[in-house]
Write a protein that binds this ligand. Structure first.
Ligand code: URA
Length: 235
């Protein structure tokens, strides 16, 4: 797909068309390594590598990110008590409209997907799709067999007509690996409370078939490639 350079820049989050034209006119943009001087020039988007003020950006029609969410950030553009998760991302990603694929609580850590592909976000968060989400759950009390059984059988939450169940596996006395298929508000915390325990900390390890990459430190993100995306969808 070909595009005018100013439009290509705008689509990647570098500001308004006017701002993008100014970037080119003041010599801040390279296209595949070559200094650009014409904002109206046609560029081929597939495989395009832009460089803006010396920073390289690969062209992505739509973008998919995996972030290792640290504790104490909110999945909101208008956070109330903590910094926004969007403050961890480069500005162009935010400008191009990247959103959280479902939310994690401010005190929950681990795998958070973000994208500007609305259809992808809808698919992954649709209750009908029942995408698996796996959490490492640290509890205040030892996890009993009875609690594991009630989680497996399903517990009743105040805002759900039907019981919600999860596949739980005890990792240690107070740590549980729990997979759920919905994304209700505070779901894991409320499920554990309904089962008779209390969540002390929560870490998301996996969404669909995608594990949080071990190389990602808290606060770091990575652009998902085709393999990563296939893993998310395939789980
Ligand atoms: N369940 C919760 O209770 N909190 C989260 O952040 C995610 C799932």
């Amino acid at each position: 797909m070909k595009s005018r350079l100013d439009k290509a820049l705008q689509s990647q989050g570098f500001g308004t068309r006017k701002a993008c034209r100014l970037l080119v006119n003041r010599g801040a943009v390279r296209v595949n390594g070559v200094l650009a001087d014409d904002p109206d020039a046609d560029v081929e988007c597939a495989g395009l590598v832009l460089s803006i003020e010396g920073v390289e950006w690969r062209w992505h029609e739509t973008i998919y990110l995996a972030l290792n969410k640290p504790e104490g950030v909110e999945c909101s553009h208008t956070p109330t008590h903590h910094p926004s998760v969007f403050s961890l991302l480069p500005e162009p990603f935010v400008t191009r409209g990247v959103q959280c694929v479902g939310r994690l609580d401010a005190d929950t850590t681990g795998l958070l997907l973000l994208s500007d592909d609305g259809a992808f976000i809808q698919q992954l968060t649709s209750p009908k799709r029942k995408v698996a989400k796996t959490y490492l759950v640290t509890c205040a009390e030892p996890i009993t067999d009875a609690q594991l059984s009630s989680l497996a059988a399903g517990v009743t939450l105040s805002d759900a007509p039907e019981a919600v169940a999860g596949e739980g596996e005890r990792v240690s006395e107070r740590v549980l690996r729990l997979t759920i298929h919905e994304g209700k508000y505070h779901q894991v915390k409320r499920m554990l409370a309904a089962a008779g325990n209390h969540v002390v900390s929560l870490h998301r390890q996996r969404v669909g078939g995608l594990e949080l990459p071990v190389s990602l430190a808290p606060g770091q993100w990575v652009v998902l490639d085709e393999g990563g995306l296939a893993a998310v969808r395939g789980g």
